[in-house]
Design a protein around this ligand. Structure first.
Ligand code: Q46
Ligand code: ZN
Ligand code: ZN
Length: 306
């Protein structure tokens, strides 16, 4: 297997591009894919101050590395969710601790600014506690907490946009899940750029959407980026995992299927669903946007304090 560019020994084959690359040219390819996503969807400019939510996993660290390489000004924010697991002998929330350490090392090695927000210290609960109290799937309370806190962190820091580390697999799986249920409101909200709104929503962008999960992992490995390889111990019940498995089976039979599904939707059908978005008002408690009187995160916070 030879590199498409230099004919040297290839390190990775990408079937949907019908191409293989050596480490150097794969890195250049990955960077180009991000550049293309930013340009095609007019995501951000070099003047923008960007905030990236980092988890310590491959996607967000690859994203930080690529955006910095391209010359964007990007600070990171890590949410300490209080998730435990079997990763370390030490007491405490092993999974979250280890994930935070990967983010801290990445940032300090490169002189980048990283803010740590501890859910427990700032809001008085952890994700495992909230999941137990509400009897909801952990990823559901985790997702809503992350969306809220990252948006708030970007507003507080007066950033121009919040960068999300969602890759091609994440976005295709979300779309598939929503299409199978015909959740038209959610479908209408799925786009690589979600514009800011006057009532407390920061602009959100997803520059990683042209790279698949195995490509962001390969990018990290080939570029010496250490990341959390273990899966979150609370992932059970996450419906996106099933969708990813199905899409991987499809991709195996028809390389490029994921890309065609997601980008076909964005090019041909996204505008048909854009009017399906609900009318947002302002949360009476915190000022962030909501469809009811009090936003879902404030309701969760009130319940956890009771
Ligand atoms: S951290 Fe949170 Fe993920 Fe763990 S509980 Fe689910 S959403 S799986 S990306
Ligand atoms: Zn090469
Ligand atoms: Zn609120």
């Amino acid at each position: 297997m030879k590199c498409r560019v230099c004919r040297g020994k290839a390190a990775i084959k990408i079937r949907r591009h019908n191409a293989a690359f050596c480490p150097e040219h794969f890195t250049a390819h990955a960077v180009r894919q991000v550049e293309k996503a930013i340009k095609d969807f007019d995501m951000v400019t070099f003047e923008d101050r960007l905030l990236l939510g980092v988890s310590g996993g491959k996607d967000s660290l690859a994203m930080w590395d690529i955006l910095t390489r391209l010359g964007y000004s990007v600070d990171g924010v890590y949410l300490e969710l209080g998730i435990g697991g079997e990763l370390s002998e030490e007491e405490g929330h092993a999974y979250s601790d280890v994930s935070r350490q990967y983010c801290e090392s990445f940032a300090s090695d490169r002189g980048l600014k990283l803010e740590i927000i501890d859910l427990s210290t700032r809001y008085g609960f952890t994700i495992p506690e909230a999941a137990t109290e509400t009897r909801r799937v952990p990823c559901s309370v985790c997702g809503l907490s992350k969306r809220y806190i990252l948006n708030q962190a970007a507003l507080d820091g007066e950033y121009d946009a919040l960068v999300m580390g969602h890759n091609l697999d994440d976005e295709a799986a979300t779309l598939m899940g929503n299409v199978l249920q015909w959740n038209t409101e959610y479908i209408g909200r799925q786009h690589p750029v979600l514009p800011a709104s006057g009532n407390g929503l920061i602009r959100k962008v997803k520059p990683l959407i042209r790279l698949a999960e195995r490509e962001t992992a390969a990018y990290c490995i080939l570029n010496g980026i250490d990341y959390e390889v273990e899966e979150c111990p609370m992932v059970e019940g996450n419906t996106g995992i099933k969708m990813k498995e199905w899409l991987n089976e499809l991709e195996e039979r028809a390389p490029g299927a994921k890309h065609r599904f997601l980008f076909g939707y964005l090019e041909n059908a996204a505008d048909r669903f854009s009017s399906e978005q609900p009318h947002l008002t302002t949360c009476q408690s915190c000022g962030q946007p909501t469809i009811g009187e009090t936003c879902a995160f404030c309701r969760l916070e009130i319940r956890m304090k009771a």
